[in-house]
Ligand binder design. Sequence first.
Ligand code: HEC
Ligand code: HEC
Length: 206
Amino acid sequence: MRLLTGGWVLSAIVYATAASAAAPAPAPKADPEKGKQTAAAICAACHGPDGNSPAATNPHLAGQHAEYIAAQLAAFKSGARPNPIMAGMSAALTPDDMRNVAAYFSQQTPKGGAAKDKALAERGQLIWRAGLKQGNVPACSGCHGAAGAGIPAQYPRLAGQYPELTLAWLKAYQSGARAHGVMGPIAARLGEADMKALAEYIAGLR
Ligand code: HEC
Ligand code: HEC
């Protein structure tokens, strides 16, 4: 009994010391198990239970970087990235909910997509790898990686995404509907045919 009491006092002192030394307190580690519950309750219907979306209207999230998912959820909630559906879906999420669900989806395995139009994908591959010297378009691979896996935490994974969505996003960056200092000017220099070619190539990346 004395030992138990002594141990409790000791741990209380250690705890108090640690608490006063740690200012500001670091954010708690993301909990993918909690995130899995949020995913099942809210997100699965559209993004699939494991983030492999069943429909081309909803993006794949499996394997996307956790930081990117969490940042996009915050942007939907604040309206910085306007989208009526995702504004609603993110409205009730706290920053911890966002980090947890982001951790869960980032740990799921992407099933991958496919390019259907070979000639179109070849044109896309050219721009992806080398950019367009004439149009002053940089190679996409420079930031999104040779195989489209992205570079955490800044550059999102694109590989395997539905081409309809990649095209819609490039157009949104171009029009400014989705305002972004890096992707805005890049998309502004792309014609629609080249956007389609890139979207097709990206769909087949793994
Ligand atoms: C009713 C369908 C629906 C539900 C439910 C839903 N989403 Fe979405 N989500 C979408 C659509 C549609 C988009 C594409 C928006 C766009 O085009 O910008 C999207 C986009 C996203 C994106 C941006 C992906 C990217 O690569 O830019 C993230 C992240 C996301 N959703 C996370 C979630 C999470 C987490 C949940 C659950 C809390 C959720 N969504 C629930 C339909 C849904
Ligand atoms: C200088 C670095 C850089 C280059 C080069 C670049 N990107 Fe990006 N890209 C980014 C960043 C950063 C984001 C995240 C923007 C945001 O938060 O909305 C992004 C986002 C995207 C998205 C949205 C992904 C999603 O899931 O929401 C698409 C699509 C995209 N880029 C396509 C391209 C294509 C196609 C090219 C080549 C023509 C390209 N990018 C070149 C930095 C780059």
